[in-house]
Design a protein around this ligand. Sequence first.
Ligand SMILES: Nc1ncnc2c1ncn2[C@@H]1O[C@H](COP(=O)(O)OP(=O)(O)OP(=O)(O)O)[C@@H](O)[C@H]1O
Ligand SMILES: [Mg+2]
Length: 276
Amino acid sequence: MAENGNDNAVMSADAVAREAEALGAGVPREDVLKLAKGEPLLELQGLHAGYGKMEILHGLDLAVAKGQSLCLVGPNGAGKSTVLHSIFGFTQIFDGAVRMKGTDVTRMSPAQKLAKAGIAYILQDNSVFPNMSVEENLLMGGYLKPKSAEARAAAERIFEKYDRLANRRKDRAGVLSGGERRLLEISRALVMEPEVLLVDEPSIGLEPRYIDMVFEILADLQKSEGKTILMVEQNAKKGLSFADLGYVLVSGRVALAGEGDALLENPEVGRLFLGG
Ligand SMILES: Nc1ncnc2c1ncn2[C@@H]1O[C@H](COP(=O)(O)OP(=O)(O)OP(=O)(O)O)[C@@H](O)[C@H]1O
Ligand SMILES: [Mg+2]
């Protein structure tokens, strides 16, 4: 958090982690389900997951309803990115389940998640191919579509929606601004027409003027296209004001979960994560 300037300088990362650990004794599954209106589109139940033999997530429950947005916050190393990795199929899952619309998708590969389960993971940070055109980059997002015509049609719909990409379609992606590049990264995930977007730190590395743009794009995808958004955001204030729901993750466990606004107003959350 320190690099974002929203950490408070007197508290070390270790101290934040220690105090965060004392924040809450965990969140009962009934409460997690209630926050998702009792009808989760995507649900994690008792998930134990990690890398190799190392367990990072220790029995995580999480639920998000269709059209809701949820933001994970918490100290560095808490396992926020690992939650997204586990949903998309990049980790070892030791126990528990990932369900999409009630169907168990725990063991699906990332390609199956994208093509069959309707879950997309938005790669961040220079994942565009700089020597390919904007259009070619966008079409790459549709490589799992059974027919290339379908990918083309989806790409055209995206160009119709985003003028700023359409105007640059023949340009090399390498010449895009940081904000345009992030828009291209998001758009590339949209070609597969996913229902759920997993977004890891959408604002990272962006100049402030582009950060609002990225959040506006995500808000529009949620509000006008009914996308479900599960994001991680270092800028906890931004993330929690954006999202319907917030989870505070500490040492691979959910310490607190609630509506984003309520967490923003929680003095302990404020002190530990909002630099207040
Ligand atoms: N590919 C990997 N292989 C092995 N260990 C990993 C891998 N990725 C992350 N870890 C470990 O898992 C733990 C949780 O990391 P994770 O990236 O999920 O944290 P995070 O909450 O996203 O942190 P940050 O805020 O710094 O992004 C850390 O101890 C990290 O070292
Ligand atoms: Mg991370």
